[in-house]
Design a protein. Sequence first.
Length: 297
Amino acid sequence: MTKVKPNFLIVGAAKAGTTALYYYLKQHKDIGFPALKEPKYFSSCNLKFPHKGIGDSSVDKYAVKDWEEYLELFKGLGGHKRVGEASPDYLFYHEQTAPLIKEKLGDIPIIIILRNPVKRAFSAYSYLKRDSREKLGFNDALEAEVMRTKENWDFIWRYKKGSEYADQLLTFKNNFSNVHIIIFEEFIKHGLEETNKVFDFLGLNKLSTINAMKHNVSGQPTNWLTKFILSRDNNVSTRLRELVKKIIPRSVLEKLSNRSLKKIEMADKDYFMFKEELTKDIIRTQEILKRTIVEWK
């Protein structure tokens, strides 16, 4: 019996709406996703485990490193016209992942979602603060990126590198003939319209409505219970978190966490200083996309 393989992928970027897109697309009857949202197979093949960052072990344990184990994720999804998965580190590790994806899966459709690079980086930072993993201020964390990279921390800690899209885009566009780009700021404003563009890209009929709730929101916990449950810097809270996820539906957990998180604001001076560092890459990215992204100005 022929094993089911993905015939499209969401490859990133991290903290740019990949989780929301995954749940929006999942609402289409002709699309099948495995229960594990981020298998990370094509990146894990070339990574050194374990990662050494705070709480990285809680993420590493879900990485699928064996091809047969990866294919098992898609067992029973053969009745869908489109079968996919969403691993946002594929874009980050583009040099290793793109050729391997093409070798294993062929010239399949690739979906990339990009966000204002400064805000994407700060969202990743806020996400790690939410989970009690990031202990530094944002500017100090940027300074620590080189050290953390050398010490083999997970890719999510690389705030600046993860927001330099140009080379990442080029690699996928050079390896695949069908690459669909979504701009996060347009996606959150026009969720149904942008999602229907993806359905059209995948050769599927459009939907008249979607459930467009927020997913994977970042921020600072406003009470001790939320902080404890979300924390990934100790084994007790990490285990409790996993238990809670098994008992309570994700939709309920998302609503509860959204009410218990306070958005972390980035100082204007820090925003413009960091944006200056990313200006050249932003210009290159827009040249590759052949468009000006107004929302990034």
